[in-house]
Design a protein around this ligand. Structure first.
Ligand SMILES: Cc1cc2nc3c(=O)[nH]c(=O)nc-3n(C[C@H](O)[C@H](O)[C@H](O)COP(=O)(O)OP(=O)(O)OC[C@H]3O[C@@H](n4cnc5c(N)ncnc54)[C@H](O)[C@@H]3O)c2cc1C
Length: 402
């Protein structure tokens, strides 16, 4: 008997691959339903993988990419897409080669996995695994809160530490440590950023098409991209910022995030545009003159940071002041103070040390019959469907070998 702990994407795929290889499989999940996190991925639409060539995946995996060669080439994005199409979930490719179910329903992805598990006769048990028992350096059982599950192979697919309400509470790190494995301390990645500046007045404001440049403490640009972001009561969030956090690394304090509110206009064009807006209504107060240029919620904040008196008539605004305003709109700068807590992170960076896992099988180098899959391993990727592909590929490899 093989036991898989955790019915997330990694665990479900591991159970499917093991059952397809003819093994009897028990899948233990502590939640009432499998795939709770999977069901909320991609804002409920599930960005299940990325359609780029697999060779391009490694540039999107900042932590231990080479460990994943066998897994990602053994069960590729094309294999994963075929799996879902064959199991009744047509897929579509969107901007950035992101792959989603045509239905835009993450539940369809979860259901396809559940149906395949059922068809293969995998037994799904609701229990919380508490420990893995070994004898003579090999796995002999998984101890659950409700029972003992004897087995000669176990896959730990318990996920990371983020969004703990979905079941990912870091249990796998505990199991791995108890069996002698090193665990790189978990930390948040793809996570909102707390800023030194008070932006609470902008809470809820979403910018649809802005550019973001992140510079490190020495002033070197480390990330630049265009897209969507969001102001929150503590700082910055939204896709651009979450992705940026993956590039920043462990310690964000002192990094600068500069927002270009008008990426389509260079500084001169923007100045011309402002001049045009100003000259159409010369006697307006400055504070009332930006309605055509900026979202209403942002105007008081920009007026304050521009240091141009809000009641100044636009025809009294000097060329120098106007240039400063344009520069502010092209370079609205914030300083990072910290990340939000790991529970608010999309993924957990850190995890079971990859040097102690055989990359060709996902088996522990320390304990026979012990395998790892998914986010519990010290690997993580940027946004774009790469994290789920890692979960499915490592799950598949572990399942084939357990
Ligand atoms: C809001 C959000 C959106 C995301 N969107 C995307 C996206 O669109 N695309 C993408 O690629 N990635 C996305 N991710 C990341 C992706 O969801 C994870 O990388 C992926 O779910 C990891 O899979 P996993 O199977 O390793 O772990 P998990 O999905 O965390 O599953 C682990 C499972 O193990 C169970 N478990 C834990 N401990 C025990 C125990 N002791 N006993 C029994 N069961 C246990 C848990 O209940 C859970 O069901 C998103 C993450 C979040 C939080």
């Amino acid at each position: 008997m093989k036991v898989v702990i955790g019915a997330g994407p990694a665990g479900m795929m591991a159970a499917i691959a093991a059952a397809e290889a003819g093994k009897r499989v028990l899948l233990i999940e502590k939640n009432e339903k499998p795939g709770r996190k999977l069901a909320i991925t991609g804002k409920g639409r599930c960005n299940v993988t990325n359609a780029r060539d697999v060779s391009e995946f490694f540039d999107n995996i900042p932590t231990n990419p080479s460990f994943l060669y066998s897994a990602l080439y053994g069960f590729t994005n094309a294999d994963l897409m075929r799996f879902f199409e064959d199991n009744g979930v047509p897929l579509k490719v969107e901007r950035g080669e992101r792959v989603f179910p045509c239905s835009d329903r993450a539940y369809d992805i979860v259901d396809a996995l559940k149906n395949r598990l059922r068809a293969l006769g995998v037994r799904l048990v609701r229990d919380e695994a508490a420990a893995i028992e070994t004898a003579g350096g090999a796995v002999v059982a998984v101890r659950g809160k409700n029972g003992l599950y004897p087995c000669d192979g176990a896959v730990i697919a318990t996920g990371g530490l983020s969004y703990a309400q979905t079941g990912s509470t870091g249990d796998g790190y505990r199991f791995a440590k108890a069996l002698g494995h090193g665990v790189t301390p978990p930390r948040p990645s793809l996570v909102p950023i707390v800023t030194r500046e008070d932006v609470s007045a902008l809470q809820g404001l979403s910018l649809k098409n802005c550019a973001l440049t992140v510079t490190d403490r020495k002033g070197a640009a480390i990330y630049k991209n265009q897209g969507e972001m969001l102001f929150t009561h503590y700082g910055l969030s939204g896709p651009l910022v979450l992705t940026a956090s993956g590039h920043i690394g462990a310690e964000p304090s002192g990094f600068h995030l500069s927002i270009d509110l008008k990426p389509a206009l260079d500084a001169d064009k923007l100045d011309e545009r402002i001049l045009r807006d100003f000259s159409s209504e010369k006697n307006k107060d400055f504070a009332n003159s930006l309605g055509a240029l900026l979202p209403a919620k942002l105007i008081p904040y920009i007026v304050e940071r521009s240091e141009i008196p809000p009641r100044a008539k636009v025809n009294s605004v000097t060329r120098e002041q106007r240039r400063r305003l344009a520069s502010l709109l092209k370079n609205l700068d914030f300083t990072a103070e910290a990340y939000r807590p790991i529970n608010e992170a999309i993924i957990t960076s850190g995890g079971v040390n990859v040097r102690e896992i055989n990359p060709s099988t996902m088996e522990s180098r320390l304990v026979k019959g012990l395998f790892f899959a998914g986010e519990v391993i010290d690997c993580d990727a940027y946004t774009g469907g790469y994290n789920l592909q890692i979960a499915f590929s490592t799950g598949h490899l572990a399942g084939m070998n357990v």
